[in-house]
Design a protein around this ligand. Structure first.
Ligand code: BDR
Ligand code: CA
Length: 311
């Protein structure tokens, strides 16, 4: 499976990248960075830091859009720390940033590869993907699937009472993506809040005794403090790795093919994913909206894959 990871690392993005790079089923054609959790200069740097942590300096990392399509950037240092990757101490990257713009890489790759052979895995605001669809509308029909982390229905919001962060930051971009006609799988908070790193699960990462295991445990140690305080939860949800896990093991997930629209006009509910879970409208189905996951199966997969990294 050929994938492009579009990302704003972020500790959970980092763990998603590590999961993908440890999985031989996936051919990571490139990593495209977008502004989100922290500004673009940090997300592209973090993507390179994580590629080097995975001992994959050959991965092509591209910088994309530094702000949402129409709005000022909203960031989430209150969750991810000043660097976006607070927790472990990791060296500055040596590998270069590619000179091509991320949006051009996405367009060129989809045009060069066979139709419906490339899956896009967005883990942050959808700015780069929307820009690519706007610049080159022909690519929509060439995308195998867009598997994205974003939105919420029963869980409603995390950045506002109504909206999940990735969709809230760039709702106009999300609207373009959800109306693109490309097949979409959505991993919303409803599913990702079931992928909780409990102390025992984090100890399993630390016990690997490898650089990757240690770094993942330290990332989670940092990142979970926010969810502990906010939700009183016993750990942190690993949002973004569920995207990669769905690509590897869709049988661990369940959901419904439904209509999802994005609220772009209301100030109060900006970025809300209006998900017709109960099928009460005649709006056409445009997404597989995941509602549940097998948490044990997910962590077994993640732990086994991260365990493949050498000491
Ligand atoms: C999403 O927002 C970011 O903070 C995380 O990396 C994840 O992609 C969760 O709402
Ligand atoms: Ca993210």
């Amino acid at each position: 499976m050929k994938i492009i990871i579009d990302t704003d690392p972020g500790q959970d993005d980092a763990i998603a990248i590590l999961l993908a790079l440890a999985s031989p089923e996936l051919d990571v054609l490139g990593i495209t960075a977008v502004a989100g959790n922290v500004p673009l200069a940090l997300t592209e740097k973090n993507a390179r830091i994580v590629s080097e942590l995975a001992a994959r300096p050959d991965i092509k990392v591209f910088a994309g859009c530094d702000a949402p399509l129409l709005r000022p950037l909203v960031t989430a240092e209150h969750v991810h720390g000043r660097t976006g990757l607070d927790g472990p101490t990791l060296p500055d990257p040596q590998m270069p940033l590619q000179s091509m713009h991320a949006v051009d890489f996405i367009v060129d790759t989809l045009r060069a590869e066979a139709p419906q052979s490339v899956t896009l895995c967005p883990l942050g605001p959808l700015t780069n993907i929307a820009m690519a669809l706007r610049k080159a509308p022909d690519i929509a029909a060439r995308i195998e699937r867009i598997v994205l982390m974003g939105g919420a229905y029963f869980e409603v919001g995390n950045i506002t009472p109504a909206a999940e962060f990735n969709i809230y930051v760039d709702p106009e971009a999300a609207e373009i993506v959800f109306r693109s006609g490309a097949p979409i799988t959505v991993l919303p908070l409803d599913a990702t809040h079931k992928a909780m790193v409990t102390p025992a699960r984090n100890e399993a990462f630390r016990a690997m005794g490898t650089r990757v295991g240690q770094a993942v445990a330290e990332m989670t140690d940092f990142y979970e403090r926010f969810d502990r305080e906010k939700y009183g939860a016993d750990g942190a949800p690993l949002h973004d790795p569920t995207v990669i896990a769905w690509c590897l093991r869709p049988d661990l997930f369940s959901g419904r093919e439904i209509n999802v629209e994005i609220e772009t006009r209301s100030e109060l509910t900006r970025g809300m994913t209006v998900a017709d879970w109960w099928g009460v409208t005649d709006r056409s189905r445009n997404a597989l909206f995941i509602g549940d996951l097998d948490a044990e199966g997910f962590f077994d997969l993640l732990t086994e894959r991260l365990g493949r990294y050498a000491a």
